[in-house]
Unconditional design. Structure first.
Length: 381
């Protein structure tokens, strides 16, 4: 692993290429048994990462026309798209660059399925109305969910709308959030297969969604069982679309201490990064994982971001000794949903981006005032 002192400029997000290869490699045996693996690029759409993953996956999972166009520059594999935000003006690009589109609602299907060419395979996102997520903010099956069609509504439409029967040959469901166990997968699938009996003869593929995290081959045993159930038992192609599971633990946010404030019983260390570079800290009220082993004793300090937001805090951490100004602080497990959500709040620049690969640090991307000005300049200027 890289040493923080090797990073020439901070803040910087560093991605460990070998970790990404290893995570994708865990799914290779299931791919050999017939599972289609599509990386969900909403977690991190960085093109060098997409190119790294392209030979290790069967395609990409997408949420927008822009993501579809980006994926098309990297690989010719499968491209599965679902989104509650489809608009008619996007359908030309989506039809040109996607292999599969799962419509999020019956209304969305009725308005837009005819805008897709017949070469694109159409599906429906299903809401099994079975919650596995305790926090409703992140529960796709919460009451009044916008995500997917209920089983009863889909069956009624299937029986009464010829267009649906003639165009739909697949299903998509996604019911979990940051699940560390695949336990919900099989019972949810069996519930759907039973409830959707009238559709089953027409279904050729099922996208199992993502939201599952895994670190070891044994974690994937339930997914292997579902793969065999669908292929051998029903002749249905299973698709799995992990995002954070492949890149989340591969990312590190490297910051420098730029100030020490010592008015209270614990010092506050101000960093040259902030929650605007790792928004899930503020969104989910999470304490980011430290990239060092916190001692049981030692000294405590609050780590704060450099913006003027009072709540720009990473949390309280322990050190063997208090870091000095200029020393590096590393947060781990920031590979997913950090860079893609990062902002230039307060005019602070976005982090540098680098790839750590085979013992070498490779600069990937940097930002400057030109991008900042362009973001806030009128089109006519």
């Amino acid at each position: 692993m890289f040493c923080a002192s090797q990073i020439p400029t901070t803040p910087c997000i560093v991605y460990d290429a070998e970790h990404i290869r290893r995570s994708a490699g865990l799914l290779a045996p299931l791919r050999a048994r017939g599972l289609k693996l599509c990386y969900s690029i909403k977690a991190l759409p960085l093109v060098p990462i997409l190119e790294l993953l392209a030979p290790r996956v069967d395609g990409f999972s997408l949420s927008s026309a822009f993501e579809a166009r980006l994926a098309a520059t990297v690989t010719g594999g499968d491209r599965h798209l679902t989104s509650p935000g489809l608009k008619p003006q996007d359908m030309d690009d989506i039809g040109r660059h996607c292999s599969h589109v799962s419509f999020n609602s019956l209304g969305q299907f009725r308005r837009m399925h005819a805008l897709l060419p017949p070469t694109v395979r159409s599906g429906i996102r299903v809401n099994p109305e079975w919650s596995w997520v305790s926090d409703r903010r992140f529960d796709p099956c919460r009451p009044y969910s916008k995500l997917g069609v209920t089983v009863s509504a889909l069956v009624r439409a299937w029986e009464g709308e010829p267009d649906l029967r003639h165009r739909i040959d697949g299903l998509h469901f996604h019911t979990v959030f940051a699940a560390t166990s695949f336990a919900p997968l099989r019972p949810t699938l069996e519930r759907l297969l039973e409830g959707l009996r009238p559709l089953r003869p027409a279904i050729r593929w099922i996208n199992l969604g993502g939201g599952y995290l895994f670190d070891r081959p044994e974690d994937l045993a339930p997914l292997a069982e579902v793969t065999e159930l669908l292929i051998q038992g029903h002749g249905i192609q299973p698709v799995f679309e992990p995002g954070k599971a492949l890149v989340g633990r591969a990312g590190y946010l490297v910051s420098s201490v730029i100030d020490r404030i010592e008015h209270w019983d614990r010092p506050v260390l101000v960093l040259d990064s902030g929650v605007h570079h790792h928004p899930e800290v503020f969104e989910y009220q999470r304490r980011p994982n430290p990239g060092w082993d916190e001692p049981s004793a030692g000294v405590s300090a609050w780590l704060a971001g450099s913006s003027c937001l009072a709540g720009d805090l990473f949390g309280e951490y322990r050190f063997e000794r208090l870091p000095e100004i200029g020393e590096r602080i590393v947060f781990a497990d920031v590979g997913a949903y950090s860079l893609v959500k990062a902002s230039r709040f307060n005019g602070h620049n976005l982090p540098e981006v680098a790839l750590w690969d085979r013992g070498r640090l490779q600069p990937v991307k940097s930002f400057g005032f030109g991008e900042f000005r362009g973001q806030w300049t009128a089109d006519s200027d």
